[in-house]
Design a protein around this ligand. Sequence first.
Ligand SMILES: *[C@@H]1O[C@H](CO)[C@@H](O)[C@H](O)[C@H]1NC(C)=O
Ligand SMILES: *[C@@H]1O[C@H](CO)[C@@H](O)[C@H](O)[C@H]1NC(C)=O
Length: 508
Amino acid sequence: MRLPVFFVSLAASAALAQQCPEDLVRYFSQRNEPFSPGAYEYPYQRIPEDCRTYKVPAIERVINEAKNNTIADPDLHWLFANTWPSTVDTTVKWTGYSADNPKEELAFIITGDINAMWMRDSSNQLQSYKAVLSSSDDKVAKLFRGAINLQARYMRRSPYCNAFQPPPESGIPPTFDHADGDVVKPEYDPDFVFECKYEIDSLAAFLQLSYDYYHATDDAAFFAEFSWKEAVRSILDVSKGLMEGTYAEDGSINASPYTWARKSTASTETVANKGTGEPVNGNIGLVRSFFRPSDDSCIFQYFIPGNMMLARYLKATADIMDTIDEGMATEMRDMATGIEDAIEEHAIVQHPKFGKVYAYEVNGFGSHSLMDDANLPSLLSIPHLGFKGNDDPIYKNTRDFVLSRWNPYFAYGPVINATGGPHLGPGNGWPMGVITQILTSDDDDEIVGGIRQLMGSTSGLGLMHETVNSHDETVWTRPWFAWTNGLFGQMILDLADRKPHLLKKSYQ
Ligand SMILES: *[C@@H]1O[C@H](CO)[C@@H](O)[C@H](O)[C@H]1NC(C)=O
Ligand SMILES: *[C@@H]1O[C@H](CO)[C@@H](O)[C@H](O)[C@H]1NC(C)=O
C-alpha cells in the first residue's frame, strides 16, 4: 500500500516497521543485499537496525573493531557480523519486570524459528556475549539477569521441562503446536510449558548461565535477591530423585519420578518401557536423563556429557551459594564429587581401536553406547564444558574416536566433516560440531581447516545452519538457528584471544 507522503512523515515509526521482514525464516533463506567483497560473496543477513529486538552498543563496537584490527579476511569478518549478533537482533522477544516483584528483571529469549525459550539454547545463546559482559550495569548484564530470573521461575515450577512459554507479563500468547498429546508425569501447565522433555543439561544450563554472569561481573549479591536459591533446590531435588535405579533392594520396581510418552513413528521420540526408559542400576552417583541435548531420547539414561556438565557447574555455582546458604553449597559440591567419581568408575570403557574412552551413555550395569552427537554438551566438548582439559589422555582418545569414522554419527564428505546425530540422521554434519572441534583444538592446521569448512558450507546464505549434508551443500536445515550463529561468533572471539594469527590470514 502506498501512503500519502505527509502521512509517512508523521508516522515515521510505522513506516520503519513496514520495512521489517515479517517472516524471518523466509528472510534468512534468501540472499539479502549487499554482498561481501571476497570470493564467497556472502549476503548481508542482519535485519534492518530498527527491526532488531535488543540493541547493544558494545556488540556493535566489537564487530566494528574486529574489522580493522582482528579479522583480516573480509568474508570471514562478514560472516562474523552476520552470525554473532543473531540472538540480540532477532530472539530477545521481550524484556521487562516480574508482576510479583517490580525489581525483578525478566528476559524471554526464543531459540529462533520456534516461539519458545529453551533452557539450553538461551543459556548458550547468552554465553556467546560473555566477552562483552564485564560489569553489572550494562545492557548485556541486564539480559543475563532477566534470563536467569525467568529460568529460575521455570525451574522452580516445572523442573523436568526443557522449553517454556512466554511469561504472562510479556503479553505474548503461548503456542501449542509441538507437544500436543504428550503424556507426561508430573503433569504440567501448557500455558507455562512449551515442551516437557526432561534433559539433564537443562538443569546444568541454568547453572552455566548463572556461573557465566557471576564469573564476568562478580555480582554475587544479585543471586540473593530473588529466588535463585529455590531454583537450585529444585535442581538438587530432581537430580537426587533421578539417581535412583529401576529396581528397589527387594527387586520391586521404583516408581520413576518422571515418565514421558508421545505417539510417533521415530524411535528417538518415544521412551521405552511405558515412558520410563531402559533400566538403570541405581544409586551409583550418576543422574538419569530421558533426553539428549538434541531433544532425542537416550538409549541408556546415564548420559555422560550431561553428567559432566552438571558436575562442573554445580561446583562452579557452589561458590555463589557460599554467600547465601553454606549447607546447600556443601550439598552441591558433594553431589558434583559423587558424579565425578561415578564417571571415573562407570563411564570409561575400552574401545578396540582407541583404547580407554568416555562412553556417550551408560546404564550402570556395564552396557554403554559409543558415539557422539554434535549438540552441546557432547563428548567432543568436554574441555569447552570445563570438565577436563584437552590434554587429558582419556579425552584425547575420545576425541580421536569422535572425529573418526568409528563414531557412528560422524558425517564425512566433500562438503563437511563433522559430528552429526540421530536428530537429522546419518550423513548430515552439524556446523556446531566443527565449531566445537575448533574450540577444543590447539592445532593451527585443524583450526584453519575447520574455519574453511564452516565458510564453505553456508549454502551461500552467510549464516550457520543446524545441519549440512556432507555431500550436498544445498541440503541443509534451519535458516534461523540463533544458538549456532552465536557459537560461531564466540569461537571467533576465542580465537582472537588464543590464536590471533589465524584471524590475520586470508581464507580466500
Ligand atoms: C577503522 O578504520 C577506518 C579506516 O581506516 C576508520 O575510519 C575507522 O574509524 C576505524 N574504526 C575503528 C572502530 O577502529
Ligand atoms: C573430509 O575429509 C576427507 C578425508 O577423510 C577429505 O578428503 C575431505 O576433503 C574433507 N572434507 C572437507 C570439507 O574438508
